[in-house]
Design a protein around this ligand. Structure first.
Ligand SMILES: [Zn+2]
Length: 337
């Protein structure tokens, strides 16, 4: 599939505001019309599913999660948990992606043969990668069962360790407004961010700072849980990003972790690392990232203090539902053994 083949087709509309509580189904409708990317809700659970819930992924799902990420491929850090939520627990996962990742051309050399396009020089790479990386994300989203993706089309300024770089370039007011609208009408229990350590990409830091600021503006009783995820757990722990007090976490060690080697509900000898690797493999333009295949065994989660008491309670409830899933998977495994 070349970029040219998609030219002129508005596959990726911008987030539109919702009015009167009515859901904007634009993204979902268009995705359902695209042969490559059938609606993620087609992954509705079969009747004999081990899900503890009767409901299928729907508006009334007990688990509603919003990922807020800087780049296509950031969703991989929580891919195991996202898959569990969408495929095994009847939950809903949506995602906001701030940039299209066009700054990630440095390691695209192997993908030039796959896409038959020049990707590794900055001029061509930036122009072509914007659409290609969104397509890669849509394929990864299909695997992980992410329902709606909202692309905010901010400039990917390239690799940096400074949060300030993106603050200088992005339309922060617009990002804040889109996030505010989604959080107000989306009914999310949990917001998943990448952990904003000083060593991670500066854009991840910026996204966490903006999102937590929006969260902090919400009435305490309306706040979802805001959680930072990272597949590696820093030896020194993580308490907050210097200069951004709202990134403070409730503990320096992870509040919870998910083992990707946990058996899948559908088969006791197969585990989540399979679907995580599928998702990673879809991001073919990201050569360095491909080396992450099969490297990480755990997803670590830190709860941000800005979640407040209500958010913390939602996080506890969320973990109970996930653990319920775990015990049911264990039961299925024991019955086979
Ligand atoms: Zn990233």
């Amino acid at each position: 599939m070349s970029v040219q083949a998609k030219k002129g087709i508005s596959v990726f509309p911008r987030l539109r505001h919702r009015h009167g509580g009515e859901r904007d189904r634009t993204v979902r409708t268009i995705a359902a019309n695209a042969a490559l990317w059938p609606d993620a809700t087609a992954f509705a659970l079969p009747d004999d599913s081990p899900s503890p819930h009767d409901s299928k992924p729907a508006e009334n799902s007990p688990i509603k999660v919003l990922l807020v990420n800087a780049h296509p491929d950031d969703e991989s850090e929580s891919a195991g948990v996202v898959y569990r939520i969408s495929h095994e627990l009847g939950g809903t996962v949506d995602q906001v992606v701030i940039t299209n990742g066009e700054g990630g051309y440095q390691y695209s050399a192997p993908a030039e043969a796959f896409y038959r396009l020049p990707l590794t020089n900055p001029t061509d790479g930036r122009q072509l990668l914007s659409q290609i990386r969104r397509e890669e994300l849509m394929r990864s989203s299909r695997i992980l069962g992410i329902r709606d993706n909202y692309f905010l089309d901010q400039t990917d300024t390239g690799a940096t360790l400074r949060a300030e770089d993106a603050f200088d370039v992005w339309d922060v007011a617009r990002i804040r407004q889109e996030l505010r609208t989604l959080l107000e009408f989306g009914g999310y229990n949990v917001i998943l961010l990448l952990l904003p350590t000083a060593k991670t990409h500066g854009h991840h830091q910026t996204v966490a700072a903006i999102t937590l600021d929006v969260l902090n503006d919400m009435a305490p009783e309306d706040r979802p849980a805001a959680v930072g995820v990272q597949t590696t757990s820093p030896a020194e722990g993580f308490s907050e990003l210097g200069g951004y007090a709202l990134t403070r976490t409730t503990s320096s060690t992870p509040a919870w972790q998910f083992d990707r080697r946990t058996p899948l509900a559908c088969h006791p000898t197969l585990d989540y690392s399979i679907v995580v690797n599928w998702a990673i493999a879809e991001h073919k333009t990201q050569g360095l990232f491909q080396l992450e295949n099969a490297r990480r065994t755990h997803e670590h989660f830190w709860l941000f203090s800005a979640s407040g008491e209500t958010g913390a309670a939602k996080w506890s409830e969320f973990l109970k539902l996930l653990e319920l899933g775990t015990s049911e998977v264990r039961l299925a495994q024991e019955s086979v053994a």
